[in-house]
Design a protein around this ligand. Sequence first.
Ligand SMILES: *[C@@H]1O[C@H](CO)[C@@H](O)[C@H](O)[C@H]1NC(C)=O
Ligand SMILES: *[C@@H]1O[C@H](CO)[C@@H](O)[C@H](O)[C@H]1NC(C)=O
Ligand SMILES: *[C@@H]1O[C@H](CO)[C@@H](O)[C@H](O)[C@H]1NC(C)=O
Ligand SMILES: *[C@@H]1O[C@H](CO)[C@@H](O)[C@H](O)[C@H]1NC(C)=O
Ligand SMILES: *[C@@H]1O[C@H](CO)[C@@H](O)[C@H](O)[C@H]1NC(C)=O
Ligand SMILES: *[C@@H]1O[C@H](CO)[C@@H](O)[C@H](O)[C@H]1NC(C)=O
Ligand SMILES: *[C@@H]1O[C@H](CO)[C@@H](O)[C@H](O)[C@H]1NC(C)=O
Ligand SMILES: *[C@@H]1O[C@H](CO)[C@@H](O)[C@H](O)[C@H]1NC(C)=O
Ligand SMILES: *[C@@H]1O[C@H](CO)[C@@H](O)[C@H](O)[C@H]1NC(C)=O
Ligand SMILES: *[C@@H]1O[C@H](CO)[C@@H](O)[C@H](O)[C@H]1NC(C)=O
Length: 474
Amino acid sequence: MLTRSLLSFPALALASIVIEDPSNVISPSLWASDNAIVPDYDIAMVSSQPSAIKATHTVDGESSSANHVTWSATANDTSVLLVANDATFTGSYITFNKSGYSTNLDDASFWGFNAAVNVANASTAEFRHVNVTVHNGAAQFYSYGTDTVVHVNDAWLYSSGPVSHGLYASGNGTIIGRNVQVYSGGKRSSSFSGDSPAGYIYVYDSVAHAAGIGSATFYALGEIHAQNVVSLSENGPVVFSDGAQTTNLLDCDCKAGLLGGVAMFSSSERESGAKLNLTNTKFTTTGSLMPGLWFGNVIAEATLHNSQLVTKSGVLVVANYSQITQDFDYYAGYADNNNLKPAEVTVTVTESDLTGDLVAYNGSSINWCLGKHSSWTGYAYSGYGDASFDVTLDSTSTWTLTGDTTVQNLTDSRSSLTNIHSQGYTLYYNASVSTWLDGKTVSLPGGGSAEPISSSSSKRASSVRGSVRRSWRA
Ligand SMILES: *[C@@H]1O[C@H](CO)[C@@H](O)[C@H](O)[C@H]1NC(C)=O
Ligand SMILES: *[C@@H]1O[C@H](CO)[C@@H](O)[C@H](O)[C@H]1NC(C)=O
Ligand SMILES: *[C@@H]1O[C@H](CO)[C@@H](O)[C@H](O)[C@H]1NC(C)=O
Ligand SMILES: *[C@@H]1O[C@H](CO)[C@@H](O)[C@H](O)[C@H]1NC(C)=O
Ligand SMILES: *[C@@H]1O[C@H](CO)[C@@H](O)[C@H](O)[C@H]1NC(C)=O
Ligand SMILES: *[C@@H]1O[C@H](CO)[C@@H](O)[C@H](O)[C@H]1NC(C)=O
Ligand SMILES: *[C@@H]1O[C@H](CO)[C@@H](O)[C@H](O)[C@H]1NC(C)=O
Ligand SMILES: *[C@@H]1O[C@H](CO)[C@@H](O)[C@H](O)[C@H]1NC(C)=O
Ligand SMILES: *[C@@H]1O[C@H](CO)[C@@H](O)[C@H](O)[C@H]1NC(C)=O
Ligand SMILES: *[C@@H]1O[C@H](CO)[C@@H](O)[C@H](O)[C@H]1NC(C)=O
């Protein structure tokens, strides 16, 4: 069960509205054995489409429609509906009932074998008022191929078993969901997911609940665009993003229980160009070590506008020499990928009030820019080894320090630094980078000061208080 709290109205801070999702109707405990299945991805890569996709209802190269029907499939590797090869399909008031396993998860990921509904090869489909229940691990709606576009409106989607994505697009396919309620109980079952080489996902006015490890609300491989989505990922982040992907969330309220609010990484060589854009959006992370935003082995840009990161850990951003593996449940190190590189992240914050710390590990860097009436309460420190921080403040934004902090490039539109509230702490800056400060020591409000890193006490950001794989199948 999800709750959306009314934090924008402080007087009602205790009030919450209960939002139903399909797990309130079909208890996941009835399907515990399905949800315990550990998917086997240690299988050979399939480089071309295997023999034809099986389905109990097929629309091939023609135009068709259906309404007020219940369609089902029970066999392994068999879809309920296949729409393929320049076909079009329009369906309303359809119940899809699917059981049967995927015997090859590469076929399921790359070609949609076993998906309840598979739309492929430049086909288009539009669904309205659909009820899909899948068991044993099946995707719900799969869109494959350039020029394939699937509209899913007013949909109720329930799944048990692994690799049961709600809306799933790959091979450049597009899927557009409106008023979708989705629950997945199994592992690696993100609610809205793209896959290689890219999937384009648009989701509006929807509710998503994913329970299993490896299951995010959004898995970005390609592009994710979402507006007004309320979600819970019990054992995953809100967003997984592997490589140079784009995620745009507007008016979303999302809660995550593992790894981070986002986990953005590259699964083999470090890639540059990952993008995250949060507008009027709130992330809540519930794990005691989980940051709001986590980056590893990637060069990324994030923008937060009028957004909130509420973290139990007190950490807003982590940039690490690390990545996420196919196990999807820990921050991996050199032993898992000896091509790892540090993360380099630029976060631009506007119209937002954020509380928490920035932590960089082992050569990683965070460039933190506050503008347009933003405030930040927190400090920056190294989790391990070298860490580099740049901080930019415009004249309408403020920073309240909660610990001594070392920055390389300090930029402040208020040259007097009166918008940096020190609370007695010291802000060290690198005089050879922040040259405009002329190496001066400047008193800050609150008793502390900004001073150059002294060459004698070489103050780089100090520590906390005192095998290459291909890209993952989503
Ligand atoms: C779905 O199919 C299963 C068996 O395959 C059956 O037991 C169940 O009643 C069906 N549900 C609906 C809603 O048709
Ligand atoms: C379907 O797949 C399951 C799980 O892999 C397997 O146990 C079962 O034997 C398969 N059924 C058939 C008819 O092949
Ligand atoms: C999609 O097109 C390819 C290439 O023509 C073909 O091999 C494949 O069977 C088609 N897929 C389906 C589901 O018909
Ligand atoms: C969808 O079907 C399931 C299984 O029959 C049922 O329990 C559920 O209430 C249906 N959902 C809607 C919105 O009708
Ligand atoms: C996806 O797009 C790329 C780049 O345009 C293209 O090379 C590739 O063939 C497309 N794949 C499919 C399955 O349409
Ligand atoms: C972020 O999303 C908002 C709202 O959709 C949009 O107006 C803005 O241009 C986007 N910013 C970036 C950097 O993409
Ligand atoms: C940082 O990465 C190291 C591996 O390089 C890992 O052991 C550690 O748990 C990670 N910590 C966080 C918070 O990402
Ligand atoms: C830190 O980075 C170096 C490479 O610069 C790497 O060899 C080492 O394993 C990393 N250590 C940790 C704990 O991440
Ligand atoms: C420091 O940051 C400011 C603002 O982002 C930028 O204009 C400037 O080029 C940076 N200086 C260096 C030396 O990187
Ligand atoms: C200060 O910046 C210079 C130039 O980027 C760099 O070489 C030096 O290591 C930095 N000093 C510290 C203490 O971080």
